[in-house]
Write a protein that binds this ligand. Structure first.
Ligand code: PLP
Length: 364
C-alpha cells in the first residue's frame, strides 16, 4: 500500500454522477465559455466567501494579474509579498512590469512577517500581497495596519485557503480583492484550469469583467487592451458541485491535521505554528526536519510519498536573478525551502492511513 501526497480519484468516485450530469447540461446548452453557469458559480462563491462579488477567470495566476491591473499597478511600481510562496504570487506583479519586493516569513508560522514589511516600503510601493500559505491565514490585521498607515492596497492571495477563517471571518473580503486558484489539486479544484477573485468593490468587478474578455463590455467594441481570461462552463459546474462539499472536506482535513498534531511526537519534526486567530483549511500539511532528504527517502521506503512545497524561495529563483537577491537575504524562507516536506493531506485519507503516517514518522 502506498499513501500518496494527494489522490483526486477517490473524490471523483464520490461525486462522479453529479459532475457528469452537470457536464451534460453544459454540453446540451453549448455554454462552454463564460455565460450562465459561470455566473451561477460566481454568485455561489461570493456567498461562500461572504463578499458582495466573485469573478470567475481561467486560472489563479490570471486572477493575480487582473487584480494588479485593476489596482493600476504599472511599470516602476513595487508590490511587497512573501519570499516563501508559490511563484505565481509574484508573476501578477511582473506581468504589469512592476517589481515584486520580497519579505521574509516568520520562523514559526511561516507566514509573511508583518514586522519586516515597513523596512521594504519605498515611494514606489503601491500594494502588499499577503498569502494564506498552506491554507492558514496570515496575520491580516497586522499587515492591514501597515497598508493603511502607508496608503497601500492590500491583496489576499487565497489560492490555498478557500473557506479558511481569520478571527472568525472567512478570508476573501479583507483587502481590495482576494485571488483564488481552482487548480485541480487545490481545496476547491475545478475539472480543468480555473481561478477567481472576490471583492466588495463594484468598480473592480466592472473593470475585471472587461479585462478578462478582450477589454470589452459591448461585443466587438474594445475600450482597452484586454485578455482572454474567461472561465469555462464545464469548469464552473464542476466547481458548483464541489462547493457544496467544500466545508465537509475542509472539516475532514482539520480532523486529519489534529491527528497529525497530536500523534506526531518525534522531536525531530517541527510543524507550522497556529496562532489563535487562524483557522486553517490545511491545503497542505507541511513539516520541517534537519535532514529533509533523509526523511523523504525514509518515508518513500515505508510506502508514503511526501510532497515538497516549495524547494526554492521566490527571491532565489532563476527567473528573478535580475532583482539581485542572494542566499542569506531571507533566512527563514531559505530554511523552510531546504527543510520542508508535505505529508499526505486530502479529505479522503482514512484514519488507518493517517495512523500509519504517524507511526512511521514516530519511528524515524
Ligand atoms: C496555485 C497558486 C497560485 C496560482 O494558481 P493557478 O490556478 O495554478 O494559476 C497562486 N498563488 C498560490 C499561493 C498558489 O498556491
Amino acid at each position: 500500500m502506498n499513501i500518496p501526497c494527494l489522490d483526486l480519484k477517490k473524490q471523483y468516485s464520490q461525486i462522479k454522477q453529479e459532475v457528469l450530469a452537470r457536464f451534460e447540461q453544459v454540453c446540451e446548452d453549448t455554454a462552454f465559455s463564460g455565460g450562465k453557469y459561470v455566473e451561477q458559480f460566481e454568485k455561489n462563491f461570493a456567498t461562500y466567501c461572504d463578499t458582495k462579488y466573485a469573478i470567475g477567470v481561467d486560472n489563479g495566476t490570471s486572477a493575480l494579474h487582473l487584480a494588479m491591473l485593476a489596482l493600476g499597478i504599472k511599470e516602476g511600481d513595487e508590490v511587497i509579498l512573501p519570499a516563501n510562496t508559490f511563484i505565481a504570487t509574484a508573476w501578477g506583479v511582473s506581468y504589469c512590469n512592476a517589481t515584486p519586493v520580497f519579505v521574509d516569513c516568520d520562523a514559526d508560522t511561516w507566514e509573511i512577517d508583518a514586522s519586516k514589511i515597513e523596512a521594504k516600503i519605498t515611494p514606489k510601493t503601491k500594494a502588499i500581497a499577503g498569502v494564506h500559505l498552506y491554507g492558514q491565514p496570515f496575520d491580516i490585521d497586522a499587515v492591514k495596519a501597515i497598508a493603511d498607515k502607508h496608503n497601500l492596497f492590500l491583496i489576499e492571495d487565497a489560492a490555498q485557503a478557500h473557506g479558511a477563517y481569520y478571527k472568525g471571518k472567512r478570508v476573501g473580503g479583507f483587502g481590495e480583492m482576494a485571488c483564488f486558484s481552482f487548480y485541480p489539486g487545490k481545496n476547491l479544484g475545478a475539472y480543468g484550469e480555473a481561478g477567481g477573485l472576490s471583492t466588495n468593490n463594484e468598480n473592480y468587478v466592472k473593470h475585471i469583467h472587461s479585462l478578462r474578455s478582450h477589454g470589452s463590455t459591448v461585443r466587438y467594441y474594445h475600450d482597452e487592451i484586454g485578455f482572454n481570461m474567461r472561465m469555462g462552463g464545464l469548469e464552473a459546474v464542476s466547481l458548483d458541485v464541489k462547493l457544496a462539499y467544500l466545508d465537509g472536506w475542509n472539516s475532514r482535513r482539520k480532523d486529519i491535521a489534529k491527528m497529525y498534531q497530536a500523534g506526531i511526537t518525534n522531536p525531530k519534526i517541527k510543524m507550522q505554528a497556529q496562532p489563535e486567530f487562524a483557522d486553517s483549511v490545511y491545503h497542505l500539511f507541511v513539516i520541517t526536519t534537519e535532514d529533509r532528504d533523509g526523511l523523504m527517502k525514509y518515508l518513500q521506503e515505508n510506502g508514503i510519498s511526501p510532497g515538497l512545497h516549495y524547494p526554492v524561495p521566490c527571491h532565489l529563483q532563476k527567473a528573478y536573478t535580475h532583482l539581485g537577491y542572494k542566499q542569506g537575504d531571507f533566512p527563514n524562507s531559505e530554511y523552510l525551502a531546504s527543510h520542508c516536506l508535505s505529508l499526505p493531506m486530502y479529505a479522503e485519507l482514512s484514519n488507518t492511513e493517517v495512523e500509519k503516517v504517524i507511526a512511521v514518522l514516530n519511528k524515524y
